[in-house]
Every structure is written in structure tokens, then in C-alpha cells.
Design a protein around this ligand. Structure first.
Ligand code: PEP
Ligand code: MN
Length: 264
């Protein structure tokens, strides 16, 4: 199957030296945390910044993101640090606000991708907008649902599409927070050849020690890029503290990756 796609054109990094990397904290917590982390990442050569502004939390009562004020901080990252910015959108209202503040890249979270009504609403809200959209896999290993979500965006006219493999929810005791089940993204790439694919070792592993090996596995399988959670003070993070690394540790991990020309 071929979707009608256009290149993501996210940055000019030579893929033979480093994959395209999107990095930043799980959540935008404060202006200071957002800006400090962005400056540290930029100093390590990272050009695309991620931060959640609306956070899908399992239970109510936790930190669910700052919303609109945090978009102001992402704008500051773009304007003052010069990075591209990315955030998760889950509703048409999120899309409207993210575009209003000039967020460069949108991603769709795993929980949202499991809901065709939500995906259709998002696709409709993006009609006529030329923005890169990265679709995470649905929480469950349902390849057809993942493809269906991509088709909804593509049929709404979005061509700069990519996917993020963040692993699949499990009730089993496992080393991983979300099982990688690598055969699922590999089958997706077999079905849709021209689709950029990012690995998300942070959400697959759920712990920082697994970021390096999972990133290497993604590279060995020929993935195009990585999205990795990085925070200026990971242990103090308001969400996903165990899986975040400092920008200098991230740089160390990326430097050790072996990028083979003949990846499968
Ligand atoms: C995230 O990227 O912080 C996030 C909430 O991810 P996922 O949708 O993969 O759980
Ligand atoms: Mn997270």
C-alpha cells in the first residue's frame, strides 16, 4: 500500500551519522524547566524539542498538563533557542491552540490512536493544514487500527505523516513498560513503504537503562529517527521520571549508537 506522502523535512541532519532525534521532557512543567532543558539539548546538537502540554493520565487527580500557558513556553523555545517544537494533541481544540502558537510538529498519543472517532475529529480539524503529524501506535497491538488512523489523516489531506513505535500495553510482568513487539512496526513498514518511522525507547522501556539498547535495536531495524524523553532534572519530573535522562546522558547514548548503512 502506498499513502500519498511528502517528506517530513524535519531537519537536515545526515541520517548516516545520527538519526533524526526529537527530545525533551515528558511534560512541560514550568517556563524554567522548559527553557533550561531546551537550551541544554540544543547545546548537545538536538534540533527538535518535544514536551507534553496536555497529558493523558491513567487516573484523575494527577498533573494533566498546563495547557495553553505551556504553548507560550514552546513558542519561546522556537523563537529563542531556534528548535522545532512538537506536542501531543488529542482534541480539535488542542489542534486549534497548538497551531495558534505555532507548534511545528503534532503527535497523536497512543490512547487517542485507539479511538477512531477521536482520530477522525483530529483529521477533520487539520483539513487544509500542512503540518507534520506523527501517529503513535495504538496502545493495543492492532496494526489495522494504526493503519486506519494513518488513512484518516491522509484522506483529510495530510501528507507529512510519520509514525512512532512506543510499544504495546501489557498486563504481564515484563522488563518493558510497553512490549516492543517489533514485528508490528516492521509489518507496518512492509505494508506502507514510504512511511518515516520513529522509535520511542522511553515509553517502550519505561526506565532509563533501556533507552540505549532499545535505540540501537530501532537503528538496527532501519528506523528513521528516535523520540526520547529528556529532562534537566529527571528524578524531579512530574511525569515519567524513571524513563527520562539528562541532555548530556542523551548525547552520550546517541554518540554510542552504531548506524549501519545497510539497515534492514
Ligand atoms: C508521551 O509521549 O509522553 C505519551 C503520553 O506517550 P504515549 O501516548 O505513547 O503513552
Ligand atoms: Mn511520557
Amino acid at each position: 500500500m502506498e499513502l500519498e506522502l511528502a517528506p517530513l523535512n524535519l531537519d537536515g541532519i545526515d541520517a548516516t551519522h545520527r538519526p533524526t532525534v526529537i527530545a525533551g521532557p515528558c511534560s512541560a512543567e514550568s517556563e524554567e524547566q522548559v527553557m533550561t532543558t531546551a537550551k541544554q539539548l540544543a547545546a548537545e546538537g538536538i534540533r527538535i524539542y518535544r514536551a507534553g502540554v496536555w497529558k493523558p493520565r491513567t487516573k484523575p487527580g494527577g498533573f494533566e498538563g498546563h495547557g495553553e500557558p505551556a504553548l507560550e513556553w514552546l513558542k519561546e523555545v522556537h523563537e529563542e533557542v531556534g528548535m522545532l517544537t512538537a506536542t501531543e494533541v488529542a482534541t480539535a481544540a488542542h489542534v486549534e491552540l497548538a497551531l495558534k502558537y505555532g507548534v511545528d510538529i503534532l503527535w497523536i498519543g497512543a490512547r487517542t490512536m485507539a479511538n477512531p472517532f477521536a482520530v477522525q475529529e483530529l483529521a477533520d480539524s487539520l483539513k487544509g493544514v500542512d503540518v507534520p503529524v506523527l501517529c503513535k501506535n495504538p496502545v493495543n497491538p492492532d496494526l489495522e487500527l494504526w493503519i486506519g488512523g494513518l488513512l484518516r489523516f491522509n484522506q483529510a489531506g495530510l501528507k507529512r505523516l510519520g509514525v512512532i513505535h512506543r510499544g504495546f500495553s501489557t498486563y504481564e510482568q515484563s522488563l518493558y513498560r510497553n512490549l516492543p513487539m517489533w514485528h508490528v512496526p516492521i509489518e507496518l513498514r512492509r505494508r506502507i513503504h514510504n512511511l518515516p518511522i520513529f522509535g520511542d525507547p522511553s515509553h517502550i522501556g519505561g526506565r532509563r537503562e533501556l533507552i540505549a539498547p532499545l535505540s540501537q535495536q530501532a537503528m538496527d531495524l532501519g528506523f528513521d529517527g528516535l523520540i526520547i524523553e529528556s529532562h534537566c532534572n529527571p528524578d524531579a519530573a512530574w511525569s515519567d521520571a524513571k524513563q527520562q535522562v539528562t541532555p548530556d546522558v542523551l548525547n552520550f547514548i546517541l554518540d554510542k549508537l552504531v548506524i549501519r548503512d545497510s539497515a534492514a
